[in-house]
Ligand binder design. Structure first.
Ligand code: SF4
Length: 434
């Protein structure tokens, strides 16, 4: 057996790709090792969303380059590969920059990896052309958890001005309904209790497929599957969420009451500069519609602090929007210029780092305040949780609307348990078993 050391940075899609890589390579005699000093193949699966993530990947390569040199002295030839979004973005440059790197491959080449590994026995390879390797039937070695990631579509056609995804993951492509249903059935048979559907824009599902099945149709088909499990999905583009999707979530027994809908800014001029296809009023009406239709729904979002040219007043519009929309939780980040993007070229409008930092702090304080406010709504309520972890005798589970709950008692990981919420903190709820 050959040993594989793999490091995954970034989003759930990358984590899911890594599970596929590990599963696929298990067919070719690779096993995963936790010992970083003793692998035959090193892969870093990268994220390009911020420079910080790309730098992390480069530092992994640097460390493995040293290991490779040491192993070479002992007569052992280890291989180093970089995958994912940084690979797709930087292409051959990476081979020039890191002379010890053997393979650069983009996510579209994932199913070609076994062939690429043969090729690098002879020469260094960069596989980042516009190409889409045919999905193949390999095992997927999923991380032990109650939740399984299930990609339904990949890529994005939106070209938000700050985002590299359309350049790294390419244009939108959906997997067939049949492939997704078959994978979901397998996940359920393997004992997972939650399936999270992944896509850069799940509401665009099906547009590239024959017959154009909609996301709502896919959800309904998944909801019909037998078994005791939950369905989640991420990420939604605000104005692409259809009434049918909202109705489907409302009427389903398995689909959880959560929407992750990145707003990015609470100011119309900035949204326009970001090339987002909605304004604050339109975003607000979608949130309102979801709240009116789905009881106890959790709505989460993403925000960027310090987009090029953002004034103090425009930034405070974001704080006002989070407040008024009562968003339950939001991911935040300071703006980071990315290669190829329109915003990345607005160098004369870049906001000083210090100002971005201050705005991010204010944003994070608001997010904390809203999270606590949202959690307080559930004190005294009975909620069903799915137990997913235990630490020092205290079990942790998630509600259908994705609140983390701590509860004492005797449970098994994967149990569905009814609990009564007794008190809350900023990030979690505390409960007693009913
Ligand atoms: S919708 Fe915008 S932010 Fe999201 S992946 Fe597509 S381009 Fe990037």
């Amino acid at each position: 057996m050959k040993k594989l050391f793999i490091d995954t940075l970034g989003c759930q899609m990358n984590k899911s790709d890594t599970e596929r890589i590990i599963g696929m390579l298990s067919h070719f005699d690779y096993i995963v090792t936790e010992d970083e000093k003793d692998a035959d193949l090193y892969i870093v699966n990268t994220c390009a969303i911020r420079q910080l993530s790309a730098d992390k990947a480069y530092s992994r390569l640097g460390a493995w380059g040293k290991i490779k040199a040491e192993q070479k002295k002992k007569g052992r030839d280890v291989k180093i590969a970089i995958a994912g979004c940084v690979a797709q973005l930087e292409k051959e440059n990476l081979l020039k920059k890191f002379p010890y790197l053997d393979l650069v491959f983009g996510s579209q080449y994932l199913y070609e990896l076994p062939n690429l590994l043969k090729e690098i026995e002879e020469k260094r390879v960069c596989a980042t052309d516009n190409f889409n390797a045919q999905e193949k039937e390999y095992n997927i070695l999923r991380t032990k958890s109650v939740n399984a990631w299930l990609p339904i579509m990949e890529g994005c056609n939106n070209f938000c001005s700050y985002c590299v995804v359309p350049y790294t993951r390419g244009r939108e492509r959906s997997r067939s309904v049949e492939a997704i249903i078959n994978e979901a059935k397998k996940i359920i048979r393997e004992g997972f209790k939650e399936i999270t559907l992944l896509g850069q824009n799940v509401d665009s599902y099906g547009k590239t497929l024959e017959g154009k099945p909609t996301f709502a149709y896919l959800l309904k088909e998944l909801d019909k599957l037998e078994g005791d499990f939950r369905i989640r999905f991420t990420t939604s583009y605000p104005t692409d969420i259809t009434d049918e999707v909202i109705e489907t979530v409302k009427n389903s027994s398995k689909i959880c009451e959560c929407f992750h809908i990145p707003m990015q800014s609470g100011n119309d001029r900035i949204l326009h500069e970001m090339n987002r296809r909605y304004n604050v009023k339109e975003y607000s009406s979608i949130v309102k519609k979801i709240r009116e239709n789905i009881k106890d729904v959790t709505i989460t979002s993403d925000f960027i602090a310090g987009f090029p040219g953002e004034t103090d007043e425009e930034f405070y519009d974001t704080i006002k929007a989070i407040d008024e929309l009562e968003l339950d939780y939001s991911n935040t980040a300071a703006y980071s210029p990315r290669p190829n993007t329109k915003a990345g070229k607005m160098t004369d409008k870049f906001i000083p780092e210090e100002v971005k930092k201050q705005r991010l702090q204010i944003l994070n304080d608001k997010v904390k305040e809203m999270s606590l406010k949202s959690n307080k709504k559930y004190v005294g309520k009975t909620m069903q949780i799915l137990i997913d972890d235990v630490k020092e005798g205290v079990y942790q589970g998630r509600t259908r609307n994705n609140k983390v709950v701590h509860v004492k008692g005797e449970f098994k990981i994967g149990d569905f348990v009814d609990v009564e919420i007794t008190h809350v903190s900023t990030w979690c709820l505390f409960a007693n078993k009913k």
